[in-house]
Design a protein around this ligand. Structure first.
Ligand code: ZN
Length: 596
């Protein structure tokens, strides 16, 4: 296995960012070439089979020392599989033509992974006293083993699970697919063309109000045409969730989600309460937006663009801005960023065959993260860099917790990325003129409303539709949807009758019930941490905060969000914690008002 090549090089001089035009990845921290990958796989395959031979059906006889060794080997072998997998994934991400290579190795890797499945199963099948004994003996894996046990405690017997698995493709999964097929098949008449659902939704950002209204009407009509299917599918999802909650002995329909998010019902309730209590902030914003646009807003005006000024930003300028924001916060963070851009961790620009979007892949702890960007010369792209570099810093800092502890639940996985965006925002504020700032503030506030308040509206909707068991009619869903959304907008914006039907295209309700609140949870958690940072008045206090925050990130997924937040002396179950985050939204809104 190749060691961490790049991260062990001596620290380098800060690169002259302003001279840089474009970055490409250097994947050699993973493998030199496909030949080296093949050797790695041949060797790994042998070792995995030997491991299986030694440990399969033998977990119950393991003593503490033997279990520790078995877990360490398991971690190393699993990491080996991931190293191979991520290498071909990254090649594929930059060149979609390489899909054959990707699927060939995907198959090989999933074959190898099959031979390690027994580890979790055998551990979970042990007597609970024995499990406790082994957990005590391996503190490194204690948290992830406990999470595993909690999740598996809701499994049914093996034959029952097999039946459920075998029939799942004709159960709720089939309805889920039917939903996707129905929506992707939509051809919506608009401006003498037939366009997709995604295209029509993007028309809501059109500066021309008449076109936005037209798009809203057209989508509503298409959704109403499919009322029968869309209503029936949502009812089947409700029934399925109800059956599963009962069969698997969950306390409530949303409990399974809190378990996978690794948080308690009490902390979710506290967060929801604070967001629900603060819709007045949304009302305040849309009243201003209405004043600026000069008419009373309706639902199709939510995303209407405000006239703003924006000057183009070059890639090297963007890097300088992001670096400055991170350096002012923590020299250590800036060092990671400088090292990354000097050593091929970043692929910066769009090109033919490269996938869109942006991500930071943690890869494996024995290598380093890789960041994919599709930089275009606008302000939004600068925020994307700050966002992905935040992920990268988080991933790099948490390498020491080891492969099995790296994954963070959705509730904390966006911490460093959103925090990084806030740092950039703070830093930009000082240098831009009013008109340019107005656009940035409006964009930030609207982003916050949709990741925080809108997701809570969706959760409120879900809580209500899953609270009853009888089949609901389309009009019942309409009423609940409209009532919950009306709370968010109050009198600042009128929801038309058409809008009542807009629950019916939201994929989360179908594919992953009770998923939405995690966005709000993550966002408000970061804002609370950021608010806490801003409350530190002296350099010494700020330094102490940065240390605790760095430590927080370094723990990766080896502790629960509750323990992590506890490092700051705060309680995630307590409403006071969430109020700090809401205070930041208020502050941003007031600053926006002062710009007018
Ligand atoms: Zn992200």
């Amino acid at each position: 296995m190749s060691p961490a090549k790049v991260s062990k090089k001596p620290p380098t001089q800060a690169p002259k960012v302003s001279e840089v035009l474009e970055h490409r990845w250097d994947l050699s921290a993973l493998f030199k070439d496909v030949e080296e990958l093949d050797k790695h796989i041949a060797n790994l395959d042998k070792r995995i089979k030997a491991y299986e031979k030694k440990y399969a059906n033998a977990f119950s006889q393991l003593e503490a020392g033997g279990f520790k060794k078995a877990m360490e080997d398991y971690e190393e072998l699993s990491e080996g599989i991931s190293r191979a997998m991520v290498y071909v994934f990254l090649i594929f991400a930059c060149d979609v033509e390489k899909s054959d290579l990707y699927s060939k190795y995907q198959l090989l890797c999933s074959d190898m992974a099959q031979h390690l499945l027994f580890v979790e199963n055998e551990f979970c099948a042990l007597e609970s006293q024995k499990q406790e004994e082994l957990i005590q003996a391996t503190p490194k894996y204690a948290y992830s083993l406990r999470v595993l046990l909690k999740q598996k405690s809701h499994l049914l017997s093996l034959p029952e699970e097999k039946v459920l698995l075998a029939t799942s493709s004709v159960g709720v999964e089939a309805f889920s697919k039917l939903f996707d097929k129905t929506l992707t098949a939509l051809k919506i008449p608009f401006q003498d063309k037939l366009i997709s659902e995604e295209e029509i939704l993007s028309e809501l950002h059109n500066p021309d109000r008449k076109l936005r209204k037209k798009a809203q009407k057209a989508l509503t009509k298409a959704l109403k045409k499919n009322e029968l299917v869309l209503t029936y599918v949502l009812n089947m999802v409700r029934k399925d969730l109800h059956i599963n909650t009962k069969l698997r002995h969950y306390e409530s329909p949303e409990s399974f989600r809190h378990l996978s998010n690794q948080i308690s019902q009490a902390s979710v309730d506290s967060m929801l309460e604070i967001v629900n209590d603060n819709y007045a902030l949304v009302h305040r914003y849309y009243k201003i937006k209405s004043k600026i646009l000069g008419y009373k807003l309706k639902d199709y005006d939510r995303y209407a663009p405000l006239e703003t000024k924006e000057s183009p930003v070059s890639y090297s300028e963007a890097l300088d801005l992001v670096l400055k924001a991170y350096r002012d916060f923590s020299p250590k963070f800036a060092q990671i960023v400088e090292h990354a851009i000097a050593h091929g961790w970043v692929d910066s620009h769009p090109r033919a065959g490269k996938r869109g979007g942006a991500f930071s892949d943690s890869t494996v702890p024995s290598a380093h993260p890789f960041v994919l960007l599709n930089f275009t010369n606008n302000r939004r792209s600068v925020f994307t860099i700050a966002h992905e570099f935040g992920h990268m810093i988080h991933q790099e800092l948490s390498k020491s917790v080891g492969y099995l502890n790296t994954n963070t639940p959705l509730t904390t996985s966006e911490t460093a990325s959103v925090f990084g965006e806030m740092l950039l925002f703070e830093s930009l504020k000082k240098n831009l003129d009013k008109k340019e700032l107005r656009g940035i503030y409006a964009g930030k506030l609207e982003d916050m409303f949709s990741t925080m308040f809108r997701q809570v509206v969706m959760t409120n909707f879900e809580r209500r539709i899953h609270a009853t068991q009888e089949e609901l009619k389309a009009q019942d869903f309409d009423t609940i949807w409209q009532e919950e959304n009306a709370k968010m907008f109050g009198k600042s914006l009128k929801l038309t009758k058409n809008y009542a039907r807009w629950w019916s295209y939201i994929p989360h309700f179908i594919h992953s019930p009770f998923y939405c609140y995690a966005y709000s949870y993550g966002q408000l958690l970061v804002l609370a941490l950021f608010g806490l940072y801003r409350q530190q008045n002296t350099p010494a206090e700020r330094k102490a905060f940065v240390e605790t925050y760095t430590n927080f990130l370094s723990k990766g997924g080896s502790q629960s969000p509750e323990e992590l937040v506890g490092m700051f002396g705060l309680d995630i179950q307590d409403k006071e914690f969430w109020k700090i985050g809401m205070g930041e939204v208020e502050k941003m809104l007031s600053e926006f008002e002062a710009l007018l």
